[in-house]
Write a protein that binds this ligand. Structure first.
Ligand code: MRU
Length: 378
């Protein structure tokens, strides 16, 4: 079941976070964008990202099933955020069972974790968060109530840790952004994709906060337009100088020396540094190498999957061809044509100048111990 709170765009200059969260500040205030939170009844409250920028809609997801559906539909999206949403969904979805004996409660938690984990295959953060929740459930003594309370604390901790990791990614990434830097980014890696200020956008937000001039070129990111709909929404309301471009303009801009650095996020980073990110990322990496533009991947350690040796092993989500052939409800290709729609591609590690993480700017290989491997460049 989903509860709705809808406010459509009014075309005035008030910040969107004011509309969504009744923020008392008139100008944009970054920290008030909360892509996710608990509702007062313990449901998972999200901003429906499929509706942006046309409408700001918050939804209260009451069950694990509705959280899984929201993840599949990309109402809630971005690698770190879907991990947080799944952990919170597990808690919201077991509220009614918390009076159950231990064995029954654990069985339900395992079933719901399997359901949530299957919602999207590529971002490892989903599996990472759910495995952490299951370890905590198994390791907590007592009955359903004790386990549920502990799970609620753990889901909140996953969210809070992500917020802190975003900030640290931003601080490390600041060293890359000189005053006046022109940054090219892809998809959405900001506050809407995480529990905090984002990953690849975090250094941009901190540079802006410190008064540095920075200009962001934003790929529209076909087919679902996370760049134009979400990244531009965030940047415009933060007052950060930005220009929307078609995905196919990136090459020409690099040739004209208009880009100083490319910054992207990741959905899964393998032990050898190959990483999956939104389709189109690989092309940008090759272009950046050709034009001598530094190319950085920013992500928290929850995105590193040392169990996979290289990028060929990453499961790539294939989405509906209708996302390519239909736009805003109208056909943009002849009826019945074949279309491919891989949601992600893999960028080989050799194209990456550095991985901007919460533990510093590092180079592969990455090893066991959540980031204890990896050589820091700083
Ligand atoms: O399909 P999406 O919108 O979930 O894809 C998101 C991305 O590819 C992001 O770049 C990635 O998850 C990093 S978000 C901090």
């Amino acid at each position: 079941m989903q509860n709705l709170d809808v406010q459509t765009h009014r075309g005035d200059r008030r910040c969107v976070c004011c509309l969504v969260f009744a923020c008392p500040r008139f100008s944009f205030c970054l920290v008030t964008i909360q892509a996710i939170s608990w509702s007062s009844s313990g449901a998972v409250r999200i901003i429906d990202q499929r509706a942006l920028p046309e409408a700001e809609i918050t939804r209260d997801l009451e069950s694990a099933e509705s959280v899984a559906e929201a993840i599949r539909q990309l109402q809630v999206r971005g690698a770190p955020l879907i991990g947080i949403a799944a952990a919170m969904g597990l808690v919201a979805g077991t509220r009614e069972q918390r009076g159950a004996p231990r064995a029954g409660f654990l069985a339900r938690v395992n079933d719901l974790a399997a359901l949530l984990g299957a919602a999207r295959p590529t971002a490892v953060n989903l599996r990472w968060a759910l495995e952490r929740m299951l370890r905590v459930a198994e390791g907590t003594p007592g009955e359903g109530t004790d386990l549920w309370e502990r799970l609620r604390g753990e889901a909140t901790a996953i969210w809070e840790e992500d917020r802190a990791m975003c900030r640290r990614i931003g601080e490390h990434g600041l060293t890359i952004l000189a005053d006046g830097a022109k940054v090219l980014t892809h998809c959405n890696t900001g506050a809407l994709a995480t529990g905090g200020i984002g990953t690849a956008l975090a250094p941009v937000y901190l540079a802006h906060e410190q008064g540095r001039k920075v200009h962001v070129y934003v790929d529209e990111t076909r087919p679902l337009l996370q760049g134009s709909r979400l990244t531009m929404w965030e940047l415009v309301h933060a007052g950060i100088s930005c220009t929307l471009i078609t995905d196919s303009s990136a090459a020409a801009l690099m040739r004209q020396a208009k880009i100083d650095v490319v910054m992207v996020g990741a959905d899964r980073i393998c032990a050898n540094g190959d990483f999956a990110n939104k389709i189109g990322t690989y092309g940008l990496a090759v272009l950046a190498r050709h034009h001598g533009v530094p190319f950085y991947c920013a992500a928290p350690w929850s995105t590193v999957d040392v169990s996979l040796a290289d990028g060929d092993l990453i499961p790539i989500e294939q989405r509906s061809p209708a996302e390519v052939t239909v736009m805003a409800g109208r056909p943009i290709a002849p009826e019945g044509v074949t279309a491919l729609n891989p949601a992600f591609d893999v960028t080989p590690a050799r194209y990456v100048t550095g991985f901007v993480t919460d533990r510093g700017i590092v180079q592969p290989p990455f090893s066991e111990g959540e980031g204890e491997g990896g050589e820091s460049l700083q």
